[in-house]
Design a protein around this ligand. Structure first.
Ligand code: NI
Length: 384
């Protein structure tokens, strides 16, 4: 089946319009308004307010042509970053920026919807424009509001524009490709006093230093060497003055895994390490541990299907395997419920790439064409 050609200028114009109007998680009202208007005009059945600011659009198949439903997901939110790029489509909002490429994800989703609007498909296609990926709860909110039902979704696909890959390449592989994200906070309680009389105190600063060091032994000594894992302590705070030993110290950090035993054991290990070390010094530790998102795991069959489409779009030698990251992504919530695949679309400009979440992040817009072509063909293959 042939689809209408990609509207390259339209695709780029949409991305630039969204880039100039970034909105943070669960505040994507302009973005979701634009999405809903376009999809309604294309003839889709549109539901707004799914997971607060999310939008869902469905095109059911012609009678008797099939009952399967494939869902494409695009995240819509921006980041609290002041844009440092000097481009015509620079963010028009102080302190907000599309620094992760989600503007491109929305533009790609809309272009795929436009191309598929008139296609005769053997089944239904559903689009999930998701809020709040960066704060890790937009996907869960949409699932709670029924995005995977009516019609019931059989498979889900999504992409991320990816500046670690050159434009013109696609990264895809089965199994876990993005990590679980856990957050921990540790409060160490000692006893404050004079810096010149440490024997009269229980110094929580020294305890905190030992806890930070001991936490680094979890990856090196408590995890199976062939299981991936990261423990990072990212914030240490205590004290106010050079001559006062404070009464408490606080640590904040994250654990990342691809699942497995280390994922299961990490909350207990962090608690045991912090409490045990603190106890050895006569202090106590309170640990608060939260699971933010699960590992993102690609289904084998769905990955093979998307990979075939990728080879058609960029050629076999431009499809990279082994692209994985310890970053998190709440597409994992959809892929826990239904089989699917999440792929990385190379977007690094030839002149050099800025990292995701940096104030100078930008993409080579040719990546939009690659992404739209890939997802269009993936839908056709799934419903073919
Ligand atoms: Ni992102």
């Amino acid at each position: 089946m042939s689809l209408p050609p990609i509207d390259r200028p339209g695709l780029i114009a949409t991305r630039r319009d969204l880039h100039a109007h970034p909105e943070l998680g669960f505040q994507e009202t302009r973005t979701s308004g634009l999405v809903a208007e376009r999809l309604t005009a294309l003839g889709y059945a549109v539901r707004t307010g799914v997971g607060k600011t999310g939008v869902v659009a469905v095109r059911t198949s012609a009678p008797n042509s099939g009952t399967r439903c494939v869902m494409l997901r695009a995240d819509m939110d921006a980041l609290p970053i002041e844009e440092a790029n000097d481009v015509p489509y620079r963010s028009g909002h102080a302190g907000r920026m599309h620094a992760c490429g989600h503007d491109g994800h929305v533009a790609i989703g809309l272009e795929v919807a436009r191309r598929l609007a008139q296609a005769s498909l053997a089944g239904a296609v559903k689009f999930a424009f998701q809020p709040a990926e960066e704060i890790s709860n937009g996907a869960a909110a949409m699932i709670q509001d029924g995005v995977l039902e009516d019609p019931k979704v059989d498979a889900a696909f999504g992409i991320h524009l990816w500046n670690d890959l050159p434009v013109g390449t696609i990264g895809v592989m089965p199994g876990p490709v993005m990590a679980s994200v856990d957050e921990f906070e540790i409060t160490i309680l000692g006893r404050g006093g004079h810096a010149a009389a440490p024997h009269q105190t229980v110094d929580p600063v020294l305890v905190a230093a030992h806890v930070v060091t001991a936490l680094q032994s979890l990856v090196s000594r408590r995890r199976h060497p062939l299981e991936e894992g990261v423990v990072s302590v990212t914030r240490v705070s205590a004290g106010q003055a050079f001559n006062v030993i404070p009464g408490r110290a606080d640590l904040h950090g994250t654990v990342r895994t691809f699942g497995g035993n280390f994922w299961k054991e990490a909350p207990g290990l962090v608690e045991q390490t912090a409490s045990g070390v603190a106890g050895a010094f006569g202090a106590t530790a309170e640990v608060r541990y939260r699971r933010l998102s699960t590992p993102l795991v690609n289904d084998g069959r769905m990955t093979a299907l998307l990979r075939e489409a990728a080879v058609e779009v960029v050629g076999k030698d431009k499809v990279a395997s082994g692209v994985r990251t310890m970053g998190g992504e709440d597409m994992s919530y959809f892929l826990q419920k239904v089989p699917g695949c999440f792929a990385f679309i190379g977007s690094a400009p030839k002149s050099g790439a800025s990292p995701h979440h940096s104030a100078t992040f930008d993409i080579d817009e040719e990546a939009l064409v690659v992404g739209a072509e890939l997802l269009s063909r993936t839908v056709l293959r799934f419903l073919g």
